[in-house]
Design a protein around this ligand. Structure first.
Ligand SMILES: [Zn+2]
Length: 608
């Protein structure tokens, strides 16, 4: 038991001794907590509940924020957590126990107001994504992200999927990327409904709704309905209150496993049996590793992470500071309004969440949206919620990117993995702003103001540009950086030092470039002939040229190399002596032919 847990224990003991008589009359409804195999939704009775709520939240308990009153509150607990609560004598009642969601759905289906098809299990969700791909092959493509990025499968051997929606969907186009992800938390089963509804909107309305059409044309939209496939299936078929993934012994809270702030004072719980267990190490989970690989490749400009429940938008960090926090707050209010949540916002409960990591590592415009007012509403209500929040998704997609463009090599046009520094703004958590690898594209979301933006890349001269940003700015700033270049080394020349006139003689030339640039060769044969800038050839690759000298003599072969920037190496010289070719018409080695020739010469002498 660490000090933190011990102090909580003592604190709770103290609180317990001050229980009101009314609360003491409640009795817990379980005889033996050991019998519990699934999560439970419980209600705790406690006068002036706030102190206990704060302590439990700090210990990683999953308190339902909208169910806190003066003297009661509700939370979802694992069997272990319920034992902990029971052992310190806190009075509680079980509102419901976890059971297969499919049973609940069957009961819902008996209700006359039930609207089919109802919630899908994981296989049906993936089938639906594949079906959309075959219905809209020009704008839809399903990716197995686990396979694409060579990531580990989930603990139970599953893969994670996303659908890409964009014009020319087969191509990796130079467009900003948007990610909608849902169901990091298994029991939040209304959130895949939001993702699937959005997929349907972007595809079926493409070509008829002008706003959707231009968004699909201008963005690469990625939607992943279930980021926690093991947890989702477990919730569907075993315990509808399950939150985490399925790593033994009791799962990891995937939205506490991301690197930013993982080791901080406001990270998730270190107790493997807690609902908010952050994992044995940062990014320990295959699901997290897949998101990291996916993000490093796509560099999402915008991320919307759907959760439930709460009807509010989460913004910024929990306990770390960010220089743009008030900008994030204003933007979150606008997003909340667009999603029908009347400007309701809050900061997150902990660090280690996906959207926080996206902000930190990529300067991404990222938010988490808590949807609905319960984890598992009726299917028709979940669908209505999806319809309600879709304008929020569209609002985020249409929100202008304050400054964007590309950073490329000024000569070759190659994209650069440039670092972008916003001068005069101090970021205290080593926040990162880099160009994406495929096109050198970058994005910056900035509060109104004037900034000096510095673009740097190793071996290049950096550049600083002044930009003035307003809330509606959509500045395009293209940057071409000049390389600090090294010329290639002198080529080596390899070949014979003696040759004969009229015969083709072969030479090998090899030059390397310290920057590994491609190389052109210039060769002068010393007799007025030359090869002018043959190339490009790979640095270090041996290139072969041949030449025929017509006359005997001593010749200086002279060679130099240049790289793609036009910088030239020094000159290498190689001397060759060309001898007169033998006058023998017939090779001396063929004695029989030689004898015939001699006979013929003698015969000529005789007849003249
Ligand atoms: Zn959640």
């Amino acid at each position: 038991m660490n000090n933190k847990i011990l102090s909580l224990f003592l604190c709770i003991l103290f609180i317990v001794t001050s229980f009101s008589v009314a609360a003491m009359t409640k009795t817990s409804q379980i005889k033996n907590a050991d019998d519990l195999k699934t999560s439970c939704h419980i209600k705790i009775y406690k006068d002036n509940a706030q102190t206990l709520v704060s302590n439990l939240l700090e210990e990683g308990f999953d308190v339902l924020r909208d169910k806190i009153t003066e003297s009661t509150f509700e939370l979802i607990v694992t069997p272990n957590e319920i034992k902990k609560i029971e052992s310190i004598g806190i009075d509680f009642e079980i509102i419901s126990r976890g059971r297969p969601f499919i049973e609940i759905q069957k009961e819902m289906q008996k209700n006359p107001s039930f609207i089919p098809p109802g919630y899908s299990d994981l296989t049906e969700i993936i089938d639906e994504m594949n079906e959309t791909e075959s219905n809209y092959p020009d704008i839809c493509k399903v990716y197995d992200l686990t396979e694409t990025y060579g990531c580990s499968e989930t603990y139970e051997g599953r893969h994670i999927y996303a659908i890409k929606i964009s014009d020319n969907v087969e191509d990796d186009e130079d467009e900003p990327s948007f990610l909608m992800v849902s169901c990091h938390h298994a029991r939040e089963i209304g959130t895949p409904v939001i993702a699937l509804y959005s997929i349907e909107q972007f595809t079926s309305e493409y070509g008829s709704d002008p706003d959707i059409t231009s968004i699909v044309d201008d963005y690469e939209i990625w939607i992943s309905p279930v980021w926690n496939p093991d947890g989702y299936e477990y919730c569907y078929y075993y315990d509808n209150m399950w939150r985490k993934n399925r790593r033994p012994p009791n799962g990891v809270d995937l939205n506490r496993n991301y690197p930013f702030g993982w080791n901080s004072g406001c990270s998730g719980s270190t107790d493997p049996y807690s609902e908010t267990y952050k994992g044995p190490s940062c990014a320990s989970e295959p699901e997290t590793q897949t998101m990291i690989a996916f993000t490093n490749d796509r560099h999402f400009a915008k991320v919307l992470d759907y959760h439930s429940y709460g009807s509010e938008v989460l913004y910024g960090y929990c306990c770390h500071s960010h220089p743009f926090s008030s900008f994030f707050e204003t933007e979150a209010v606008a997003l909340s309004n667009a999603a029908g949540y009347y400007g309701s916002i809050r900061v997150p409960s902990a660090e280690g969440e996906n959207y926080e990591w996206q902000i930190w590592g990529n300067g991404t415009y990222a938010n988490l949206m808590e949807t609905h007012v319960e984890f598992q509403p009726s299917y028709s209500s979940a669908l209505a919620e999806a319809e309600k929040v879709f304008p929020g998704t569209m609002w985020m997609l249409e929100r202008p990117i304050s400054v964007s463009g590309h950073v490329v090599d000024s000569i070759t046009g190659e994209p650069l993995n440039a670092k972008i520094e916003i001068e005069d703004v101090s970021f205290s958590n080593d926040e990162k702003f880099f160009c994406e690898p495929n096109f050198g594209r970058y994005h910056l979301f900035l509060p109104s103001g004037t900034y000096n933006i510095k673009f740097e890349c190793e071996n290049y001269n950096s550049q600083t540009h002044e930009v003035t940003v307003t809330s509606t700015s959509e500045e395009i700033l293209e940057v071409e950086l000049a390389r600090i270049n090294c010329p290639p080394n002198k080529p080596s020349i390899d070949g014979p030092s003696i040759g004969k006139s009229g015969e083709e003689i072969t030479f090998h030339f090899t030059a390397t470039d310290p920057d590994d640039d491609d190389i052109d060769y210039y060769v002068k044969w010393g007799d007025g002939n030359s090869i002018e800038w043959d190339g490009p050839h790979k640095s270090g690759e041996t290139v072969t040229f041949s030449h025929i000298w017509e006359r005997k003599g001593t010749y200086d072969i002279w060679a130099k190399a240049r790289d793609v920037y036009g910088e030239e190496s020094g000159i290498e010289v190689f001397t060759i002596t060309i001898e007169k070719k033998s006058k023998n018409v017939i090779g001396e080695t063929n004695i029989f032919k030689l004898l015939l020739y001699r006979l013929f010469q003698n015969f000529q002498k005789l007849i003249t």
